[in-house]
Design a protein around this ligand. Structure first.
Ligand code: ATP
Length: 342
């Protein structure tokens, strides 16, 4: 989360945004789907985290205080978040066959309860992110796509899983052609498609936009995707509406400590959810992944849009109070306890 991209909302906007409109986000998400798994197709990375005072200048060598390898990647984070939230979740992704980090990554996902039976091993390294964590909290990140960007071939069993899923959740850290293939397959089977806009920064192809039931950008991604300003709630809403005009069914904008804004669908009023106040913000890494995934879980469970937003906000609030991405994902019990305390 970039501090500079946060909205400055006026009081009027905040008050009016508290209005709750009970509406089912998607007619397709009926009770009969509750037991069908959420299938996350996406990236998995080994995050190499190096705390440093500042970035080295060209030709300069600096010492890092430590190096830590932690599981990450938007696909893996989102799969882990959904599973931790108590929903049956499968992950379709690619691990580097000869990369020792693959064991760590598989173990972390399995430990969160994610079904990995449709994940595959490919030649080469795992996706890897070198995270230069500077004093003051700023991150500079270099990504090696590795297995995430290698050739993908969806197996027949993976296709079957996707066709019978409760919903499919995508991000933008694997080839966009794979996202399109999966989205088309899901759409043909009547399976709702969620896309978190995080990852590659380019435009989304119209054919992919037309498959999306839920597109979830943060306001920076929203501005880049639409070419429109997103400096205040009205601008965010207008930019989100332009995505709906391009064929997306609903848009869920993440606004960091300012909460979120959902445009549930044509003819339905936007729903503004304020963030649940975190007593201490330790690390916002992964909050967006946690939010999108837990929103998908709540929708799959049949919660109405306003309840689903509150559920995801509680999960996001808990996530920012702990360090790391995957290690900070809250359990179902923690989310429910926080909601009960509101
Ligand atoms: N400081 C905070 N306090 C409480 N809740 C927060 C805070 N930051 C984020 N959240 C919750 O998490 C949600 C997602 O966070 P955010 O908007 O930062 O996503 P993001 O920009 O995609 O994050 P990232 O890229 O860091 O994963 C917010 O909509 C909010 O509900």
């Amino acid at each position: 989360m970039l501090a500079s991209r946060r909205l400055h909302l006026n009081t009027k906007a905040r008050v009016s945004s508290r209005r709750v409109v009970a509406i089912s986000p998607r007619a397709a998400l009926t009770d009969s789907m509750v037991q069908k798994p959420l299938v996350v197709v996406g990236s998995v990375n080994a995050d190499l985290v190096l705390p440093i005072e500042r970035l080295p200048r060209p030709g300069e060598t600096l010492a890092a205080a430590s190096i830590e390898t932690v599981p990450g990647g938007k696909g893996a984070n989102q799969a882990a978040a959904a599973a931790r939230a108590g929903y049956p979740t499968s992950f379709i992704g690619q691990f580097g066959r000869d990369d020792p980090n693959a064991t760590l990554l598989r173990g972390a996902l399995a430990g969160c309860g994610v079904d990995l039976s449709h994940a595959v091993d490919v030649d080469g390294p795992c996706g890897t992110a070198l995270i230069l964590l500077q004093a003051g909290g700023e991150n500079s990140i270099i990504i090696v796509g590795g297995a995430n960007q290698a050739a993908w071939q969806l197996s027949d069993s993976a296709r079957q899983l996707l066709s019978g899923a409760g919903a499919v959740l995508l991000q933008r850290e694997i080839p966009e052609s794979v996202n399109l293939e999966v989205a088309l397959l899901a759409k043909a089977a009547g399976v709702p498609v969620f896309l978190d806009a995080g990852g590659v920064e380019g435009p989304i192809a119209p054919a992919l936009l037309a498959c999306l039931d839920v597109l979830s950008p943060n306001e920076t991604e929203l501005a880049r995707l639409t070419g429109l300003p997103t400096e205040g709630e009205e601008q965010v809403r207008a930019a989100a509406e332009s995505l709906m005009a391009a064929g997306v069914r609903s848009v869920l904008v993440k606004l960091g400590a300012d909460g979120s804004l959902l445009l549930p669908g044509a003819g339905s009023e936007p729903i503004r959810q304020l963030a649940i106040r975190a007593p201490e913000v330790v690390d916002t890494t992964g909050a967006g992944d946690c939010f999108t995934a837990t929103y998908a879980v709540a929708v799959l469970e049949g919660q109405d849009a306003a309840s689903a937003l509150r559920f995801a906000s509680a999960a996001g609030c808990l996530c920012v109070q702990r360090r790391g991405a995957m290690p900070s994902l809250p359990s179902r019990q923690e989310v429910e306890a926080l909601l009960a305390a509101q």
